[in-house]
Design a protein around this ligand. Structure first.
Ligand code: SF4
Length: 210
């Protein structure tokens, strides 16, 4: 894949890497999103957390923020767009969560992996930060002395090496969704905890209401 600004190709987002194919299909087909209220609250808290942490990465460590990337494949007929939270010689992806995972989620690693592929970086970092009304209360307790492996209560950092196999798997995943999209064939439901946070849950599980 190469970086380019071509048009006319199907656009996927790096944040969709290895996520529910049906959800991506609904977005591509333009179905309206209906976000549950609790997700909106979390999204706002997440934005605040990102902003505070990004500010530190930029001011203290010279990272570029919100770098836009496009990986394009004419042969596969799609592009992957992304916006990297923070990048210098390696990318950092920040995730605000209500509870911190013991291990990074596969689809977060797949997202970061796309950034590493684009930046030709051998490794990157996933930062999980506990969501809080006032993110500074969490972030002020972070110990940056071992940067980029920073530590703190309500905070977890993972160093992730680039994984070529996972990148190929990500391309296959997007390609499968593309085939469904072109053939107007709805991918099967893939029930997981992520359905709770999905803006298309009303289409998959109308009986649950909103
Ligand atoms: S509700 Fe679940 S299965 Fe349906 S599109 Fe969303 S994530 Fe996929």
């Amino acid at each position: 894949m190469e970086e380019n600004d071509g048009d006319g190709l199907l656009e996927f987002y790096a944040s969709e890497a290895l996520t529910c194919p049906r959800r991506i299909y609904f977005r591509l087909k333009g179905y309206p999103e209906r976000w549950p209220e609790f997700v909106r609250v979390r999204l706002n808290q997440g934005i605040n957390t990102h902003n505070v942490l990004q500010e530190i990465l930029s001011r203290r460590y010279g990272f570029e923020l919100e770098k836009h990337l496009i990986l394009r494949s004419e042969r596969l007929g799609f592009e992957i767009h992304g916006r990297i939270d923070a990048i210098r010689d390696f990318p950092i992806e920040i995730k605000g969560k209500t509870s911190l995972p013991r291990e990074p989620y596969d689809y977060h690693m797949a997202q970061l992996n796309i950034y590493m592929r684009w930046a030709e970086a051998d490794y990157g970092y996933l930062y999980y930060v506990k969501l809080h009304e006032e993110p500074m209360k969490i972030i002020s307790k972070i110990d940056f002395s071992g940067f980029p492996v920073v530590k703190g209560p309500n905070f977890r950092a993972f160093e992730v090496p680039y994984d070529g196999k996972m990148f190929r798997e990500t391309l296959r995943h997007f390609y499968t969704v593309k085939r469904h999209y072109e053939n107007d064939r709805l991918p099967p439901k893939r029930y997981s905890y992520a359905c709770r946070f999905c803006p298309y849950k009303y289409l998959c599980y109308p009986e649950d209401g909103e």
